[in-house]
Design a protein around this ligand. Structure first.
Ligand code: BG6
Length: 484
């Protein structure tokens, strides 16, 4: 664990990710006393700006809605921990300059040894040159070095392998922290506890009890100026292949030998290896069109004319192992839908024939966001004289149950893990490989590499998705009860 003598370098310090996520997360950790003592944060980007401008930018996204003086004072302290270096992403001189800047800070240390954490909040085109230059010019020989990288990790199996092998020329696997920020979310971390600390859950966690599983991601806004990036990747690479598949792997893996990171990741890889590549018949694609005064995907100026890039996708995955054989796992995600919601919905099987008529199936819902919750739909006798079953809920809503607890932002949790040297919630190289194997064939089909590109089904901005969605799910045995 980095306890002192630590420098965190944020590459891409003037970019979107740094402003929206990295700096607010670093501040959150600082404010709550989780950053190493004497930590120093160095922002690095191409933009030439003085420190005042740098601080203005990096703190503009830190929230202090009620102008709390204590928070304001912490922000001022936080600024003092941080400095800025501008430079290129592809020449040695710039990185040597950064190295000198770090050495000057490190001269003030009272103890020996340094810790350097390099955070690459950068577009993929510069991942490799930056990782290489950092290794050559900024790698501490008298301490520990770690590098954090962010998706996209390639566009398919081959490009991912190429990227990883380029990065591996300079960075070892144990020095590398690949972020999938869904792994930092409280309810995703909670899956390990829900599943393995509860006999009641564990006993029902298989094909004998569960009929289908849906993992859904819904966002109520479109690409809004981010269309250039989005159109190149599409919703499957943006959400399903990484965030939702990661959730699926933790939801379905066998119990790890221990909670050590390699034990967890071994089990995740094992279950992912049991999933064959998705077939075309198991895919539903959509693209939003303008409605209710909101623009369609193709109305976004940053989107190429006539694009058939999907902004919605539902895919069915099958796990060919003893526990899950025959259970459909539906991953679905869409932009510009009717609400913001990410949840896991496990629907149980029917009560065996006969004794009750027309009763709902049990469902266990784990709501990842907003308003974290776990609830179980349970049939209960209608209170009163009649003997009838009605669907009810056992509801663990975090806001009600844990009133004073601050739930950390995913990025806070992950940066803290990287500081501690805990890899459990980061993606290992072989996980990426299997994840791409599952999705690459349908991605090549969608990209038009194997003939004409499939046309996504249109859905209105603000709707539940393409009209074919209900039948897509129902044909897999899902029974609409009092649920969605
Ligand atoms: C990112 C995607 O990885 O996740 C975005 O690139 C998406 O398109 C975001 O909006 C969603 O993250 P969260 O934490 O808001 O659910």
């Amino acid at each position: 664990e980095f306890k002192d003598n630590t420098i965190i370098v944020v590459f891409g310090a003037s970019g979107d990710l740094a402003k929206k996520k990295t700096y607010p997360a670093l501040f959150g950790l600082y404010r709550n006393g989780y950053l190493p003592k004497d930590v120093h944060i160095v922002g690095y980007a191409r933009t030439k700006m003085d420190e005042e401008e740098y601080h203005k930018r990096t703190t503009s996204y830190i929230k202090n809605p009620n102008n709390d003086p204590e928070v304001a004072a912490k922000i001022e302290e936080f600024k003092k921990l941080s400095s800025y270096v501008s430079g290129n992403y592809d020449d040695n001189a710039s990185f040597q300059n950064l190295a000198r800047h770090m050495e000057a800070i490190e001269k003030g240390y009272k103890t020996r040894g340094v810790n350097r954490l390099f955070y690459l909040a950068l577009p993929p085109s510069v991942f490799v040159p930056v990782a290489q230059h950092v290794k050559v010019c900024c790698y501490a020989t008298n301490g520990t070095n770690r590098i954090i990288v962010e998706k996209p990790f390639g566009k398919d199996l081959q490009s991912c392998r190429d990227l990883l092998s380029s990065l591996k020329q300079s960075w070892q696997e144990e020095e590398t922290y690949r972020i999938d920020h869904y792994l930092g979310k409280e309810m995703v971390k909670n899956l390990l506890v829900l599943r393995f600390a509860n006999v009641a859950m564990g006993a029902a966690w298989d094909k004998h009890s569960i009929s289908s599983v849906q993992i859904s991601f819904k966002e109520p806004f479109g690409t809004e100026g981010r269309g250039g990036y989005f159109d190149e990747f599409g919703i499957i690479r943006d959400i399903l292949q990484n965030h939702l598949l990661q959730v699926l792997s933790i939801l379905t893996m066998e119990r790890p030998v221990s909670f050590a990171s390699e034990d967890i990741r071994d089990e995740k890889v094992k279950v992912l290896r049991s999933i064959p590549p998705i077939e075309r018949k198991d895919v539903l694609l959509g693209q939003y069109v303008g409605a209710n005064g909101k623009p369609g995907y193709l109305d976004d100026d940053t989107v190429p004319k006539g694009s058939v890039c999907p902004t919605f996708a539902a895919t069915t995955l099958w796990i060919n192992n003893e526990r899950w054989e025959g259970v459909p796992f539906i991953l679905k995600a869409g932009k510009a839908l009717n609400e913001a919601k990410v949840e896991i919905r496990l629907q149980f099987k029917d009560v065996t024939s006969g004794i009750f008529k027309d009763i709902s199936r049990n469902e266990l819902v784990i709501r990842i966001q907003p308003s974290e919750a776990v609830y179980l739909k349970l049939n209960t006798k209608t209170p009163g004289y009649a003997f009838r079953a009605i669907p009810t809920e056992m509801d663990l809503t975090y806001k009600r149950r844990f009133t004073d607890t601050n739930i950390p932002e995913a990025y806070e949790a992950l940066i803290l893990d990287a500081i501690k040297g805990d890899h459990s919630n980061f993606v290992r190289d072989d996980e990426l490989d299997v994840a791409w194997k599952i999705f690459t064939p349908i991605l090549h089909w969608i990209d038009g590499r194997e003939g004409p590109r499939p046309k996504p089904s249109p859905y209105p901005y603000g709707s539940r998705g393409p009209k074919e969605l209900d039948s897509f799910i129902e044909k897999l045995g899902y029974k609409r009860g009092t649920g969605e």
